[in-house]
Design a protein around this ligand. Structure first.
Ligand SMILES: Nc1ncnc2c1ncn2[C@@H]1O[C@H](COP(=O)(O)OP(=O)(O)OP(=O)(O)O)[C@@H](O)[C@H]1O
Length: 558
């Protein structure tokens, strides 16, 4: 029920109207039965009775069509909103949380859970209609015969108690199926992302299939078969209990002479009429159970509650002087009992217009520090001060808006935008495509790149193009040059970086290219999560090469 109310927020009036129409349609159904029963037991059938019967039948048709169409359309609108709402929440959720959850879990929520919730909603008309018919029939039965009604009530309670037990067993299993689905999505990711490795090695393929994928799929099979067994048992039980009810009524009529023959016939007719909406209701139970399990799973992700994914931000600071990390620490959560990697305490200061290099061994914490300095990760202790302001949740999005970043695992969007989020000037795009030696490979039309299916090195150049066009104050490049050929690597260090600096940009470049360390204003070494100025490396270079570009700074913004 929580699922229904949460998703119906803002549409309660429409939903209640649809329920009212369902109730009226159920009432019309019962009136048709009562009419048939009256006409068939009457001595003389008048033309008026027949006309009324036809009117009631058409009324039943109209009401059931409108009520179900309304509920179905409401269901589709709810799913539409749910899709947008969830995507907005993902957009608002911190990178840290998304990294913690992992892509497969979020993809499973956006695809499988949304589908399950939509199916639950689409089955809602059957449930509402079934419940309305049930109530109307019970009302009719009550006024038909009290003893028969009491017998019905006892049987109903018994049926419901047993059905509840079966449903909760099925629900528990569906929950386990859903937990298993996260692992299944993880294996599917491996299947696609590891396509090269899997294709190349028969042993890897066989091991992945038999030891990694198949056990998860088999587990899902076992759980689903078991869960559906309970669901099918439940459906059969409810169907049987209806027939048992009719048999019980016949029994008490024959043993104790309760009720008349006509009452017995009408009773049986009403109960049999009830069977099909009830079957629809029971048939919808699995989707409802799946829907609520999926909803609980989405809630468990603890995505950001805010949905204002594209809210307004104050203008970025053009003259910010310095960015400081003061005593910053960060610790990854522990995994399989092992404590997570920790960085810090970090004290780091970046002056506007500087070109600094971060160097360090694999796994020393460079990318983690990059996520901290850009505000993508929130420090666990310590603080970041930018343009004199301490960064907190209130100004984090504003702080983030000062950075363009190309991480090692960057995503290349085809759509080009400038600093205002609009289509960039085509002459400028052309200029950068030339500078990046991509003019022969990629064209831009309607603000979109003609292709992103390029080599890794070329894709990285396009990622840099996107960063150029954003025209932000600070550019952070995580081992950008690692995929470039030696000639373009030289262009990058000796031309592109100095040009950025000359335009007043502040650049942090994470690099292992010691050939070009002399290009940096400052070099910082990151080791075991600690950052320090690397005087030794800096002194390895002739003084005329150090701070090579300091004098080249021209038209800076501040
Ligand atoms: N998403 C994550 N969850 C948990 N731990 C992580 C995660 N990412 C990194 N780590 C841990 O942090 C350590 C440092 O990772 P990081 O990516 O910051 O290193 P790096 O210096 O950028 O390495 P490289 O030069 O290889 O890119 C890793 O050795 C790992 O233990």
């Amino acid at each position: 029920m929580t699922l229904v109310w949460t998703l119906l927020k803002g549409n309660t009036f429409k939903f209640l109207t649809a329920i009212l129409l369902s109730a009226l349609s159920a009432g019309a159904g019962v009136a048709v039965i009562a009419m048939i029963s009256r006409v068939s037991s009457a001595d003389v059938i008048t033309g008026q009775d027949v006309a009324l019967l036809f009117v009631l039948i058409f009324l039943l048709f109209g009401l059931s069509f409108f009520s179900q169409a309304m509920l179905t359309s409401l269901g589709h609108h709810v799913v539409y909103r749910l899709r947008l709402h969830l995507s907005q929440r993902v957009l608002k959720t911190s990178v840290e949380r998304i990294d913690q959850l992992g892509q497969p879990a979020i993809l499973a929520a956006l695809t499988k859970d949304v589908t399950s919730i939509s199916q639950a909603f689409n089955s809602l008309p059957f449930v509402v209609y079934g419940a309305a018919v049930l109530l109307c029939c019970y009302g009719y039965l009550l006024q038909l015969s009290l003893p028969f009604f009491l017998c019905t009530l006892v049987m109903t309670i018994l049926a419901v108690v047993i059905a509840r037990q079966l449903m909760s067993a099925s629900r528990q299993l569906k929950r386990e199926v859903r937990e298993n689905d996260d692992q299944l999505y993880d294996r599917y990711s491996g299947l696609l992302l590891g396509r090269n490795e899997l294709k190349l090695s028969r042993q890897r393929r066989s091991s992945f299939f038999s030891n990694s994928l198949k056990p998860i799929v088999s587990k899902a099979l076992g759980l689903e078969v078991k869960a559906d067994r309970y669901t099918v048992l439940n459906g059969s039980w409810v169907n049987t209990s209806i027939l048992l009810l009719i048999a019980s009524i016949i029994l008490i009529h024959s043993l104790f002479g309760v009720g008349t023959k006509e009452q017995l016939t009408t009773f049986a007719l009403t109960i049999l009429y009830l069977r099909s909406p009830l079957a629809g209701m029971i048939g919808s139970l699995p989707s409802l159970i799946l829907g609520s399990v999926a909803y609980a799973k989405v809630q468990q992700l603890a995505l950001h509650e805010g949905t204002d994914a594209v809210g307004e931000l104050p203008e970025p600071e053009t003259c910010w002087q310095s960015l400081q990390m003061k005593n910053v620490t960060y610790q990854y959560p522990s995994e399989s009992g092992e404590p997570g990697f920790g960085v810090g305490p970090i004290d780091f200061e970046l002056q506007q217009g500087e070109l600094v290099f971060w160097v360090g061994g694999n796994g020393s914490g460079k990318s983690t520090c990059a996520r901290l300095v850009t505000g993508l990760y929130t420090p666990h202790t310590g603080k970041i001060v930018f343009a004199g302001q301490e960064i907190d949740e209130g100004n984090r999005d504003w702080f983030l808006s000062h950075f363009s970043v190309v991480f090692a695992d960057f995503y290349l969007f085809k759509q080009l935008i400038n600093e205002s989020g609009e289509r960039p000037d085509s002459a400028l795009v052309e200029h950068y495509l030339n500078a990046l030696s991509l003019e022969q490979k990629v064209t831009v039309s309607d603000g979109e790149l003609s292709t992103t299916k390029l080599s890794q090195g070329q894709r990285k150049r396009l990622a840099l193009l996107l960063a150029y066009l954003e025209n932000r104050s600070i550019i952070l490049l995580d081992e950008w040059a690692a995929d470039q050929d030696p000639a373009f690597r030289k262009v990058f260090y000796t031309e592109l970086l100095p040009e950025l600096k000359a335009r007043g940009k502040t650049v942090i470049a994470i690099t292992h290219d010691d050939h070009y360390f002399y290009m940096a204003d400052k070099i910082y070494r990151i080791d075991q999560g600690h950052i320090m100025v690397d005087d030794e490396t800096a002194h390895d270079y002739p003084s005329h090469l150090q701070n090579h570009t300091a004098d080249e700074k021209e038209d800076v913004t501040c």
